[in-house]
Write a protein that binds this ligand. Sequence first.
Ligand code: MTE
Ligand code: MO
Length: 168
Amino acid sequence: MDDQVLLRIDGEVNRPQTLTFADLTAIDAAHQIPDVGQLVASRKGRGVTLAGLLELCCPHESATYLTLHAEVDDFHASVPLESVRRTGFFIYDINGQPLEIATGGPVRFYLPDHAACHSAEVDECANVKFVDRIELTASKGFDNRPQDETEHEALHQHGDQETGLRGP
Ligand SMILES: Nc1nc2c(c(=O)[nH]1)N[C@H]1C(S)=C(S)[C@@H](COP(=O)(O)O)O[C@H]1N2
Ligand SMILES: [Mo]
């Protein structure tokens, strides 16, 4: 279903976006990552750079935080834009098809240079799966990443047992 909106981009931007799978594939080749496995051995699929999405939406000068929203399991992370704008990317295609929920779809954020879970503002937990909205803000946005090992463990338990949403 090429006309289904997979990803919205809004907030402090000049051009809010509603992107379908076809829109993502149409982004300039310079911003496409044909095989994310070349960057991160454990991942597969095609990605598009955060820089490519920023070029589409044109953030205001005031946009200093990037907030990744996953409505499906109510998980959100907000990270300083400057620390991720050169390296962050989104996986959106596996074998020519949109990602299913089971593989982290519709869109999965990835930072190759993340820190260990809850050790820094840009940590592994910020690799948000099931992203359906990207918001640019002038200050830190909503963020419910786990803050310590207990919360982290609870999240994993919850994800595994109740939603079955965790996975590759
Ligand atoms: N939507 C969503 N994204 C998420 C999470 C989650 O619970 N929901 N967990 C985060 C955490 S805490 C970590 S450490 C990584 C784990 O990614 P992995 O399942 O690929 O190992 O995903 C992150 N992205
Ligand atoms: Mo995490």
